[in-house]
Design a protein around this ligand. Structure first.
Ligand SMILES: Cc1cc2nc3c(=O)[nH]c(=O)nc-3n(C[C@H](O)[C@H](O)[C@H](O)COP(=O)(O)O)c2cc1C
Length: 175
């Protein structure tokens, strides 16, 4: 996939629709068995502390959660949804705890440019993040409209990652 480095200020995407497309979150380091990947669809892109950030929400039951905890970086990769739907389904329904879904996906694992967490060559957009904060969802203050998402507990941990590099297809860069 042809990608180029894109400054955060020149990123061209709809920050709400972007997450509809389903992405892969990867944490760990670029060696077999030392990272894991899962599909995500909930997240935010924005600015806090004068830093460009990604927020991802990870339930503690995910195998990826342990990698998010152990390692200091993660990547968020976007794909052409029509082409990679089966991969997104696989990564979002099977656990790396039970199966080598990364091998099964046939995706090409590549190193990131600035962080240990790897990414995938088939991605149309790769956001490299350095983990700088996390916070657990507090059930005591949760709004009634979202309580149904937590009938079995497993409250998300929100991770904020400072964006340290973005590489994407040219359509992701403003003219
Ligand atoms: C479209 C889609 C979006 C998902 N988004 C999230 C998410 O934002 N956060 C989360 O914790 N799980 C999410 N999941 C569930 C995980 O991807 C799924 O449980 C996965 O199998 C976990 O893999 P792991 O155990 O290897 O980490 C999503 C699943 C799908 C299919």
């Amino acid at each position: 996939m042809q990608r180029k480095e894109i400054p955060f200020a020149e990123l061209n995407l709809n920050p709400i629709k972007f997450w509809d497309d389903s992405m892969l979150l990867t944490a760990g380091e670029c060696e077999p068995g030392k990272f894991n990947t899962m599909t995500i669809a909930w997240g935010c892109l924005g600015v806090i502390w004068e830093k460009p950030l990604v927020l991802v929400a990870v339930r503690p039951s995910r195998y990826t959660f342990g990698f998010m905890e152990k390692y200091d970086s993660f990547t968020v990769c976007a794909f052409d949804k029509a082409r990679y739907q089966s991969v997104l389904n696989l990564m979002g329904t099977k656990s790396g705890r039970d199966t080598d879904k990364i091998a099964a996906s046939k995706l090409t694992v590549i190193p990131s440019s600035k962080i240990p967490a790897p990414c995938f060559d088939e991605a149309s957009l790769i956001i490299e993040c350095r983990k700088i904060y996390h916070s657990d969802l507090n059930p005591a203050v949760i709004d009634a409209t979202v309580r149904s998402f937590y009938q079995r507990g497993d409250y998300h941990r929100f991770y904020l990652g400072e964006i340290v590099a973005i590489h994407g297809e040219s359509s992701y860069q403003k003219d």
